[in-house]
Design a binder for this molecule. Sequence first.
Ligand SMILES: [Zn+2]
Length: 423
Amino acid sequence: MVAEYVDDDVSAYSGKVRPQYSAMLEAIRQGEVDAVLVWHMDRLHRRPIELEEFADVCTKAGTTVATLHGDLNIGTGDGLLIARLMAAVAANESDAKSRRTRRKQQELAERGLPSGGGPRAFGFTPDRMHIDQDEAAVIRTLASRLLAGEPLVSLTRWLQDSEVRTVTGKEWRTTTVRNLLLSPRIAGLREHKKQVIGKAAWPAIIPEADHERIVALLTDPARRTNRTARTYALSGLLRCGKCGAKMVTGRTRDRRRYMCRSGPDFGGCGGTMISATVEELVIDAVLYRLDTPDLAAAIDGRTRADQSAVALSETIAADHAQLEELAQLYAAKAITAAEWLAARKPIEARLTTNQRRQAHRAGSSVLAGHIGNGSALRAQWPTMNLGRQAAIIRALISHVTIHPGTPGARSIDPARVSITWSV
Ligand SMILES: [Zn+2]
């Protein structure tokens, strides 16, 4: 009986499981095989250890092995020696080939060139060296909206609504948007083995400083990964005027409402409820406040008075300079790679912490361009998605206290609503 064992697309060298090879070995062990005919020994084994096992199994079972290219009988001492030599040469060649590939990759990385392979990168031309202007504009919009506090889920919906597709023509998901925004590539940085190793040869789409703020923001463990879309612009902002508890959102008789709820999960008094139309009232106040001179003065004052923020950005800048200096020392071979890594660690840790702190302070940047411009924003407001609206509201408001109302009242009495501004 003749049987054929074929493992398609699995290189003997890869070390991956070859089911057919294993089956053949088992058949030899069971004494079912008189002879093995193979195209070439290097198709059978690339790793010397496999040859040893194979030779052992064949010898015990009395199985003859023949090859079509280069007759070889591993049943004899000479035949086995030759097979061993061939296996050793093959293993070395494969090793050398992967060493060459690794060296080539390292070299490309050091020169800041793309590594090639895989689909084109979003924002770039197929050679990965030039910017695709339309896609770059999309990336810049995503980055600035993310930094303004808009959640990933709302950015993803915006991409879907705008019918922007990924390079493979698929719809965006929050994970793909996240990966895109986190990639050093868009800031003109070259990454190798998951480490940024320097400037890339291609131009940047967003500034390096923005890239760092995005990384700090998206990798912050404290960040809530709220994947459900926001449907209440004021969720978490309302306080019960009777007991001070945070009001929760929900529907009663199919109307959206904010309510104080009692019970172990909520801890409120359950005595206050208000229709979600309160949102209009609060948003109106926000847009009005954006136009007041008070606000411009408050923000200006806050920025200038905040000496610790200045100190923070100075520390960040100093750490960047130090990292740069270390990289130069390494490039000049004044320090070893191990010393470089060891010296970088504490600086990078400090940098990450400080950048996170800076990202948290970025609230006022949400308002950039909107201060003194409330009427323009008012016109734009209905077309903005909820995530963005919520980011603007939260940049201005600390919380809103809802006082108890008259039961059965048809419209909201503005006296029930008192806003505590944060700026
Ligand atoms: Zn209450």
